[in-house]
Design a protein around this ligand. Structure first.
Ligand SMILES: NC(=O)c1ccc[n+]([C@@H]2O[C@H](COP(=O)([O-])OP(=O)(O)OC[C@H]3O[C@@H](n4cnc5c(N)ncnc54)[C@H](O)[C@@H]3O)[C@@H](O)[C@H]2O)c1
Length: 246
Protein backbone atom coordinates (compact mmCIF):
# COMPACT_ATOMS: atom_id res chain seq x y z
CA UNK A 1 0.00 0.00 0.00
CA UNK A 2 2.34 2.65 -1.31
CA UNK A 3 1.65 6.34 -0.79
CA UNK A 4 4.43 7.31 -3.21
CA UNK A 5 3.71 10.62 -4.94
CA UNK A 6 1.12 11.75 -2.38
CA UNK A 7 1.34 14.87 -0.23
CA UNK A 8 -0.07 14.52 3.28
CA UNK A 9 -0.86 17.02 6.02
CA UNK A 10 -0.90 15.73 9.59
CA UNK A 11 -2.14 18.23 12.17
CA UNK A 12 -0.75 17.84 15.69
CA UNK A 13 2.20 15.89 14.31
CA UNK A 14 4.72 17.00 16.94
CA UNK A 15 4.05 14.12 19.32
CA UNK A 16 1.79 11.23 20.24
CA UNK A 17 -0.54 9.78 17.64
CA UNK A 18 0.16 12.53 15.09
CA UNK A 19 3.91 11.93 15.26
CA UNK A 20 3.42 8.21 14.57
CA UNK A 21 0.97 8.94 11.74
CA UNK A 22 3.45 11.31 10.10
CA UNK A 23 6.25 8.72 10.36
CA UNK A 24 4.16 5.83 9.02
CA UNK A 25 2.75 7.83 6.07
CA UNK A 26 6.27 8.98 5.19
CA UNK A 27 7.62 5.44 5.45
CA UNK A 28 5.03 4.46 2.82
CA UNK A 29 6.29 7.18 0.49
CA UNK A 30 4.12 10.23 1.19
CA UNK A 31 5.71 13.66 1.48
CA UNK A 32 4.43 14.85 4.84
CA UNK A 33 3.75 18.34 6.16
CA UNK A 34 3.82 18.15 9.94
CA UNK A 35 1.64 20.92 11.31
CA UNK A 36 1.64 21.74 15.00
CA UNK A 37 1.38 24.61 17.45
CA UNK A 38 4.62 23.24 18.80
CA UNK A 39 7.06 24.06 15.99
CA UNK A 40 10.06 22.56 17.78
CA UNK A 41 8.24 19.23 18.15
CA UNK A 42 7.11 19.35 14.51
CA UNK A 43 10.71 19.95 13.46
CA UNK A 44 11.81 16.90 15.45
CA UNK A 45 9.20 14.73 13.72
CA UNK A 46 10.24 16.07 10.31
CA UNK A 47 13.92 15.46 11.13
CA UNK A 48 13.19 11.84 12.16
CA UNK A 49 11.43 11.29 8.85
CA UNK A 50 14.24 12.87 6.85
CA UNK A 51 16.87 10.80 8.70
CA UNK A 52 14.94 7.68 7.67
CA UNK A 53 15.10 8.81 4.02
CA UNK A 54 11.62 10.31 3.79
CA UNK A 55 10.32 13.74 2.83
CA UNK A 56 8.83 16.05 5.44
CA UNK A 57 8.50 19.69 6.38
CA UNK A 58 7.56 21.20 9.73
CA UNK A 59 4.99 23.97 9.84
CA UNK A 60 4.18 25.93 13.00
CA UNK A 61 0.42 26.47 12.84
CA UNK A 62 -2.66 26.74 14.99
CA UNK A 63 -5.02 24.34 13.27
CA UNK A 64 -7.98 26.15 14.85
CA UNK A 65 -7.18 29.57 13.39
CA UNK A 66 -8.36 30.26 9.84
CA UNK A 67 -5.54 32.68 8.94
CA UNK A 68 -2.86 30.35 10.32
CA UNK A 69 -4.41 27.43 8.46
CA UNK A 70 -4.38 29.37 5.19
CA UNK A 71 -0.72 30.31 5.72
CA UNK A 72 0.23 26.72 6.58
CA UNK A 73 -1.58 25.43 3.50
CA UNK A 74 0.22 27.98 1.33
CA UNK A 75 3.63 26.89 2.60
CA UNK A 76 2.76 23.24 2.22
CA UNK A 77 1.63 23.68 -1.39
CA UNK A 78 4.68 25.78 -2.20
CA UNK A 79 7.17 23.26 -0.78
CA UNK A 80 5.46 19.92 -1.40
CA UNK A 81 2.61 20.52 -3.85
CA UNK A 82 -1.18 20.12 -3.67
CA UNK A 83 -2.43 18.07 -0.73
CA UNK A 84 -4.11 14.70 -1.30
CA UNK A 85 -4.16 13.23 2.21
CA UNK A 86 -5.37 15.09 5.29
CA UNK A 87 -5.22 13.68 8.81
CA UNK A 88 -7.13 15.88 11.24
CA UNK A 89 -5.43 14.74 14.43
CA UNK A 90 -4.69 17.88 16.50
CA UNK A 91 -6.83 17.92 19.59
CA UNK A 92 -7.03 18.58 23.29
CA UNK A 93 -8.79 16.88 26.16
CA UNK A 94 -9.95 17.83 29.64
CA UNK A 95 -11.70 16.16 32.56
CA UNK A 96 -14.38 18.34 34.19
CA UNK A 97 -17.66 17.35 35.87
CA UNK A 98 -20.47 18.63 33.66
CA UNK A 99 -21.71 21.51 35.84
CA UNK A 100 -18.19 22.88 36.24
CA UNK A 101 -17.62 23.26 32.50
CA UNK A 102 -17.56 27.00 31.84
CA UNK A 103 -18.47 28.56 28.51
CA UNK A 104 -14.81 29.31 27.84
CA UNK A 105 -13.81 25.67 28.36
CA UNK A 106 -16.70 24.50 26.17
CA UNK A 107 -15.85 26.95 23.39
CA UNK A 108 -12.14 26.12 23.53
CA UNK A 109 -12.83 22.39 23.25
CA UNK A 110 -15.24 22.79 20.34
CA UNK A 111 -12.97 25.41 18.76
CA UNK A 112 -9.91 23.16 18.63
CA UNK A 113 -11.43 19.69 18.26
CA UNK A 114 -14.32 20.44 15.90
CA UNK A 115 -13.89 23.87 14.31
CA UNK A 116 -10.21 23.05 13.69
CA UNK A 117 -10.96 20.04 11.43
CA UNK A 118 -13.65 22.13 9.68
CA UNK A 119 -11.18 24.94 8.93
CA UNK A 120 -8.34 22.69 7.81
CA UNK A 121 -10.58 20.51 5.66
CA UNK A 122 -12.26 23.52 4.04
CA UNK A 123 -8.82 24.92 3.21
CA UNK A 124 -7.42 21.73 1.69
CA UNK A 125 -10.36 20.00 0.04
CA UNK A 126 -10.13 22.19 -3.12
CA UNK A 127 -6.74 20.50 -3.85
CA UNK A 128 -8.46 17.12 -3.72
CA UNK A 129 -11.41 18.24 -5.85
CA UNK A 130 -8.98 19.57 -8.43
CA UNK A 131 -7.08 16.26 -8.47
CA UNK A 132 -10.20 14.09 -8.36
CA UNK A 133 -8.53 12.14 -5.54
CA UNK A 134 -8.38 12.67 -1.81
CA UNK A 135 -8.27 10.98 1.56
CA UNK A 136 -9.54 12.70 4.70
CA UNK A 137 -9.03 10.84 7.95
CA UNK A 138 -10.38 12.37 11.14
CA UNK A 139 -9.12 11.23 14.51
CA UNK A 140 -12.23 11.05 16.66
CA UNK A 141 -12.44 9.19 19.98
CA UNK A 142 -13.97 6.15 21.64
CA UNK A 143 -15.33 8.64 24.21
CA UNK A 144 -17.86 9.78 21.61
CA UNK A 145 -18.86 6.15 20.98
CA UNK A 146 -19.21 4.99 24.58
CA UNK A 147 -19.69 8.22 26.52
CA UNK A 148 -17.24 9.15 29.26
CA UNK A 149 -17.74 10.84 32.63
CA UNK A 150 -16.43 14.38 33.10
CA UNK A 151 -15.82 14.66 29.36
CA UNK A 152 -19.11 16.05 27.98
CA UNK A 153 -17.36 18.82 26.06
CA UNK A 154 -14.70 16.46 24.70
CA UNK A 155 -17.22 13.77 23.71
CA UNK A 156 -19.47 16.40 22.10
CA UNK A 157 -16.57 17.77 20.05
CA UNK A 158 -15.62 14.30 18.83
CA UNK A 159 -19.25 13.40 18.16
CA UNK A 160 -19.32 16.47 15.93
CA UNK A 161 -16.25 15.21 14.10
CA UNK A 162 -18.04 11.91 13.45
CA UNK A 163 -21.09 13.74 12.07
CA UNK A 164 -18.92 15.91 9.84
CA UNK A 165 -17.08 12.82 8.59
CA UNK A 166 -20.32 11.18 7.50
CA UNK A 167 -21.72 14.34 5.88
CA UNK A 168 -18.54 14.96 3.86
CA UNK A 169 -18.27 11.30 2.89
CA UNK A 170 -21.60 11.57 1.12
CA UNK A 171 -20.96 15.07 -0.25
CA UNK A 172 -17.71 13.97 -1.90
CA UNK A 173 -18.50 10.33 -2.63
CA UNK A 174 -18.55 10.87 -6.40
CA UNK A 175 -15.47 13.10 -6.41
CA UNK A 176 -12.78 10.52 -5.67
CA UNK A 177 -12.49 11.72 -2.09
CA UNK A 178 -13.06 9.40 0.85
CA UNK A 179 -13.72 10.65 4.38
CA UNK A 180 -13.41 8.29 7.34
CA UNK A 181 -12.73 8.51 11.03
CA UNK A 182 -10.52 6.59 13.40
CA UNK A 183 -11.62 6.57 17.03
CA UNK A 184 -8.65 5.57 19.18
CA UNK A 185 -9.38 3.78 22.43
CA UNK A 186 -6.80 4.11 25.17
CA UNK A 187 -3.50 5.05 23.54
CA UNK A 188 -0.31 5.66 25.51
CA UNK A 189 0.62 9.22 24.52
CA UNK A 190 1.82 12.36 26.34
CA UNK A 191 -1.83 13.55 26.40
CA UNK A 192 -2.91 10.50 28.38
CA UNK A 193 0.19 10.56 30.61
CA UNK A 194 -0.60 14.21 31.51
CA UNK A 195 -4.16 13.35 32.62
CA UNK A 196 -5.38 12.05 35.99
CA UNK A 197 -5.29 8.46 34.76
CA UNK A 198 -3.12 5.57 36.01
CA UNK A 199 -2.07 4.27 32.59
CA UNK A 200 -0.87 0.85 33.77
CA UNK A 201 -4.00 0.23 35.87
CA UNK A 202 -6.35 1.12 33.01
CA UNK A 203 -4.28 -0.93 30.56
CA UNK A 204 -4.75 -3.98 32.78
CA UNK A 205 -8.54 -3.70 32.33
CA UNK A 206 -8.30 -3.84 28.52
CA UNK A 207 -9.20 -7.05 26.64
CA UNK A 208 -5.61 -7.15 25.32
CA UNK A 209 -4.18 -6.16 28.72
CA UNK A 210 -2.28 -3.30 27.19
CA UNK A 211 -2.78 0.30 26.15
CA UNK A 212 -2.62 0.99 22.44
CA UNK A 213 0.53 2.47 20.95
CA UNK A 214 0.45 5.49 18.62
CA UNK A 215 1.59 3.18 15.80
CA UNK A 216 -1.56 1.07 16.24
CA UNK A 217 -3.57 4.12 15.19
CA UNK A 218 -1.07 5.18 12.52
CA UNK A 219 -1.35 1.90 10.58
CA UNK A 220 -5.15 2.19 10.49
CA UNK A 221 -4.78 5.73 9.15
CA UNK A 222 -2.26 4.57 6.53
CA UNK A 223 -4.73 1.98 5.27
CA UNK A 224 -7.50 4.58 4.91
CA UNK A 225 -5.04 6.88 3.10
CA UNK A 226 -4.20 4.24 0.51
CA UNK A 227 -5.54 3.65 -3.00
CA UNK A 228 -6.69 0.25 -1.80
CA UNK A 229 -9.19 1.87 0.59
CA UNK A 230 -10.88 3.72 -2.27
CA UNK A 231 -14.28 2.05 -1.78
CA UNK A 232 -14.33 2.74 1.97
CA UNK A 233 -15.96 6.02 2.97
CA UNK A 234 -17.97 7.40 5.85
CA UNK A 235 -16.71 4.57 8.02
CA UNK A 236 -15.42 4.05 11.54
CA UNK A 237 -12.14 2.17 11.96
CA UNK A 238 -11.92 1.78 15.72
CA UNK A 239 -8.44 1.18 17.10
CA UNK A 240 -9.22 0.19 20.66
CA UNK A 241 -7.91 -3.33 21.26
CA UNK A 242 -11.44 -4.73 21.50
CA UNK A 243 -12.53 -2.38 24.29
CA UNK A 244 -15.68 -1.31 22.42
CA UNK A 245 -17.27 -3.32 19.62
CA UNK A 246 -19.48 -1.51 17.12
N1 LIG B 1 -4.35 9.20 23.39
C1 LIG B 1 -5.56 8.67 23.43
O1 LIG B 1 -5.83 7.73 24.17
C2 LIG B 1 -6.63 9.22 22.53
C3 LIG B 1 -7.88 8.59 22.57
C4 LIG B 1 -8.89 9.06 21.75
C5 LIG B 1 -8.66 10.11 20.90
N2 LIG B 1 -7.46 10.71 20.88
C6 LIG B 1 -7.28 11.84 19.96
O2 LIG B 1 -6.11 11.66 19.19
C7 LIG B 1 -5.55 12.93 18.85
C8 LIG B 1 -4.07 12.96 19.26
O3 LIG B 1 -4.01 12.70 20.64
P1 LIG B 1 -2.63 12.44 21.40
O4 LIG B 1 -2.97 11.53 22.54
O5 LIG B 1 -1.57 12.06 20.45
O6 LIG B 1 -2.40 13.93 21.99
P2 LIG B 1 -1.03 14.74 22.32
O7 LIG B 1 -1.46 15.85 23.25
O8 LIG B 1 0.01 13.81 22.79
O9 LIG B 1 -0.65 15.36 20.91
C9 LIG B 1 -1.51 16.31 20.33
C10 LIG B 1 -0.68 17.25 19.45
O10 LIG B 1 -1.60 18.20 18.88
C11 LIG B 1 -1.04 19.49 18.98
N3 LIG B 1 -2.11 20.49 18.99
C12 LIG B 1 -3.06 20.70 19.94
N4 LIG B 1 -3.84 21.73 19.59
C13 LIG B 1 -3.39 22.17 18.39
C14 LIG B 1 -3.80 23.21 17.51
N5 LIG B 1 -4.82 24.03 17.81
N6 LIG B 1 -3.11 23.37 16.36
C15 LIG B 1 -2.07 22.58 16.05
N7 LIG B 1 -1.64 21.58 16.85
C16 LIG B 1 -2.29 21.39 18.01
C17 LIG B 1 -0.24 19.48 20.28
O11 LIG B 1 0.74 20.51 20.29
C18 LIG B 1 0.35 18.07 20.26
O12 LIG B 1 1.59 18.03 19.59
C19 LIG B 1 -6.41 13.98 19.55
O13 LIG B 1 -7.37 14.48 18.64
C20 LIG B 1 -7.09 13.18 20.64
O14 LIG B 1 -8.32 13.72 21.03
C21 LIG B 1 -6.43 10.29 21.67
Amino acid sequence: MSLEGRVAVVTGGARGIGEAVARVLAARGAAVAVWDLNLEGAEKTAATIQEAGGTAIAVGADAADAAAVAAAAGRTREELGPVGILVNNAGITAYQPFTTIGEDAWDRMIGINLKGPFLVTRELVPDMLEAGWGRIINISSSSAQTGAPAMAHYAASKGGVIGMTRALAIEYADKGITVNHVPPGFIDTPLVRQGPVDVEAVAATMPMKRAGQPEDVAHAVAYLASDEAGYVTGQTLSTNGGRYLV
